[in-house]
Write a protein that binds this ligand. Sequence first.
Ligand SMILES: Nc1ncnc2c1ncn2[C@@H]1O[C@H](COP(=O)(O)OP(=O)(O)O)[C@@H](O)[C@H]1O
Ligand SMILES: [Mg+2]
Length: 247
Amino acid sequence: MLKINNLHAQIEEGKEILKGINLEIKPGEVHAIMGPNGAGKSTLSSVIAGKEDYEVTGGEILFEGEDIIEDAPEERAHKGIFLSFQYPVEIPGVSVTNFIKAAINETRKAKGETEMSAKDMLGLVKKNSEKLGIKKDFLGRSLNEGFSGGEKKRNEIFQMLMLDPKLAILDETDSGLDIDALRIVADGVNSFKNEGNAVLLITHYQRLLDYIQPDFVHVLADGKIIKTGDKTLALELEEKGYDWLLN
Ligand SMILES: Nc1ncnc2c1ncn2[C@@H]1O[C@H](COP(=O)(O)OP(=O)(O)O)[C@@H](O)[C@H]1O
Ligand SMILES: [Mg+2]
């Protein structure tokens, strides 16, 4: 599904952050990326999603066999790449539901499909909000306005389930993920996952991996993947930290 070959990227001239990333994600897989602060984890997720602050200086990102490096973020989203919002914007006057309806219909339009019927949309909202224990009044609230940390997470995961991407990239910063928020993310990912889609989970939290079973764990340090293993690697990292890998 996703194949990254020797990817290099920088923010500003001469400050290379990604220094030759290789990563292959197949349908049905969950990959976790861990690593010290400043390693380039968020940069990697942003570059895959196509955020324009970064310049790719080498390598390729193939999504379903096609190089997407020239694609705008919206095009990548339409192709089925979802990135959770690390710092969500507030949109007063636009409700959680209306925002996601617009996003779904935009994707359909880009594919030459008609808008989803109100009935189908309602059904989808109902199914996914029930899955996440989202209450009706939450769906009517202005996007991100006054949201608590847990509510932001719930909104992100709701967006993921509603958009039903092929590849979901979740970038979990260390900012205020309490146990409830961890559960929301874990339950969301576990109910999202199937044989046809994939998840790239970026996290500092070994604890999150108690709830989500990754097929692969990668350690990203100084712009490179320095080690790949299965879920036991996450346990090893919790015990020993990163230093033993950094020599
Ligand atoms: N917008 C930016 N401007 C300048 N430097 C940045 C920017 N974003 C990230 N960096 C730098 O790039 C490096 C990698 O950052 P990041 O990808 O956020 O790491 P991580 O998510 O692994 O903590 C860090 O040294 C960080 O300071
Ligand atoms: Mg980060």
